[in-house]
Design a binder for this molecule. Sequence first.
Ligand code: DGY
Length: 449
Amino acid sequence: MSSQLWQSAAAVLDTNWARGHMVPSRRLYPHQWSWDAAFIAVGLAYVNPQRAWADLRNLFGAQWPDGRVPHIVFDPAVAEGDYFPGPGFWDVPAYADRPAHGSTGLVQPPMHAVAAWEVYRRATGHGAAAVAAARDELGWLYPRLCAQQEYLTGARDAGGRGLVSIVHPWESGLDNSPSWDAAMAAVPADLSLLQRYARRDVQVADITHRPTDTDYARYIGLVQSYRAGGYDDAGLAAWHGFVVECPAFNAIVAAADHALARIAEVVGADPAPHRERARRVTAAVVAHLWEPASRTFRSRDVRTGELSGRRCVNGLVPLMLPGLPREHVVAIMAEAESERFGMPSLSGLPIPSYDRTAADFDSYRYWRGPIWININWLLRRGMLLHGYEAQADELRTAMLRLIHRSGHYEYFHPATGEGIGEPAFSWTAALALDLLADRTAPVPAAARA
Ligand code: DGY
């Protein structure tokens, strides 16, 4: 299967290159998305490293003066009506040398330092000139990656506990995960908004596979609230309706600092502050997001102080942290291997996005059950990091088998493996390349730090 899968993955990445950047998919997501760009770069590193760097440059070229990296960078050649909510709805003013309406005001998990390190690592196999070029790219990115971390760990520490808060489920990347249900229940759902603003996603995708209208009314209301506050983060918990600490987002923040420590060594900067911040964020995740009764990580609603009652896959992602205490590692692996998440040994398939035994587990609806490759890729890295080689290999095989059988889909049915959502999805293809190429696995940068 390898060479066929390699060719098809490379072809998806080729198709999804659009005017100087990558799109997640042509129809449903016609602009550039932030955390997608990071996963995509990991795969482009094998087939077109210049594009990997160019894509990251396009994204960080849209960084705001306060350091935030927007969750979508809008392509001015795409019509307003081709995506909702589009540039006009976000109404972001001009900043630096960027014209108005160039991006959204939200962020996404900062996977980019990990990705940049992986792209650099691949260059070392391609001779001195390739390494020198990659080092220049790291030099350009490094201060921007630092500014991104400073924004997140500074302005976004809304709870004052050393954890980053998200202000919209879209910021998590796990849009309609049950992890947000309790916090979202308190957000008004004004369904009349959907008469004023038509959803574009359900014109191009199956409505039963997407977030509901009630979810969307709340998503739009939250954008309106953050936009009305000028996308300012001061005193967030007092005036904004959704302020939540996510274990996966925060684990990625800590992983970014581990990768930044490696990058700092290459570009001649001091790695020590990065290691120190990674240690602090890891300690805060363990101290504040661990739910002792169920022995899993949970998201926390900063406005109420409550941990989510739902077991979701974001609670397993801190496995990617090298500083995670052994008892937490063992507990997460037990959870991953339980009937709730069912490692391939139980289901033959990768890990789903939600507890399979939950009454409202939904095999089709986006992040409420289906399997996503990017999350499984992160979990596999965590397994390798903590010495679970057999399980990591099992997961790698299950992911590759699934993509080979079903295609480079956006997500997959957790019982049948049927492809759902977009059929030529960039990060699925990109991570397939990485899984094919890297049998023995990239020991994450963090492990060697
Ligand atoms: C979408 O359009 O569904 C995205 O997930 C929002 O970022």
